[in-house]
Ligand binder design. Structure first.
Ligand SMILES: CC(C)(COP(=O)(O)OP(=O)(O)OC[C@H]1O[C@@H](n2cnc3c(N)ncnc32)[C@H](O)[C@@H]1OP(=O)(O)O)[C@@H](O)C(=O)NCCC(=O)NCCS
Length: 184
């Protein structure tokens, strides 16, 4: 059994994983070399080899999960709460769904609700923040759907495809969780 049903939703579950897992590293390298993914991480200029894929997975401090479909135990992405500050009780959220065929089906929103529930109600976080390039309308729509609000932006912060793009910061407080969409 490669994945563990740590946090279970309706269509997917979140599983702990190890950076030594070859499937995770191979998929991560594949996804990070796919411009439809990498363009949204500010790492589109980087070359990610198989060995190079392991390093960021090892270095990411916090709670990171594989996103796995209940139907067939298929790995579709990763989601994390990282850079956690236990004094101020805040954290950053990161998410990627690797294959285009799995995007736009509500898996992102489901996984975010699951990890926020865990963050607010198990880890006792107070605030969760994320950043998204302004040219990622699917990401912005997904985050708003779950209840994130824009907290600010760095103007013309990201350079890609010959243009500068704003980087938007969005956040949610614990008391706001569940105000939008299905209740936790
Ligand atoms: C961003 C991401 C995590 C969102 O997950 P997802 O499962 O695709 O998102 P959802 O299906 O829950 O929601 C996406 C919403 O965006 C909407 N959308 C899609 N394309 C859009 C566009 N071009 N303009 C506006 N809205 C758009 C969808 O209609 C959907 O809203 P709806 O459910 O109200 O119809 C996923 O698409 C992804 O990993 N993309 C590639 C990497 C990435 O962008 N990572 C995030 C970096 S900040």
């Amino acid at each position: 059994m490669r994945y563990f049903r740590k946090i279970v939703g309706e269509r997917l579950y979140l599983s702990p994983f190890s950076a030594d897992d070859s499937e995770i590293c191979t998929q991560w390298a594949r996804w990070m070399n796919d411009r439809t993914v990498a363009d949204h991480f500010g790492g589109h200029h980087q070359l990610v080899s198989l060995a190079g894929a392991k390093k960021p997975l090892e270095e990411l401090k916090g709670y990171r999960f594989a996103m796995v479909l209940l139907d067939g135990d298929t790995l579709i992405g990763q989601i994390s709460l990282h850079d956690i500050d236990h004094v101020h009780r805040n954290a950053f959220l990161g998410i990627v769904i690797g294959e285009e065929k799995h995007r736009g089906k509500g898996y992102g929103a489901e996984a975010i609700r699951l990890i926020l529930d865990y963050g607010f109600h198990t880890l006792n976080l107070h605030s969760v923040m994320l950043s998204v390039p302004a040219d990622n309308p699917a990401g912005i729509a997904c985050y708003k759907k779950v209840g994130f609000r824009e907290a600010g932006r760095r103007r013309e912060w990201v350079f890609k495809n010959g243009k500068y793009v704003d980087k938007i910061y969005m956040d949610m407080l614990a008391r706001e969780f569940g105000e939008v969409g299905p209740s936790p």
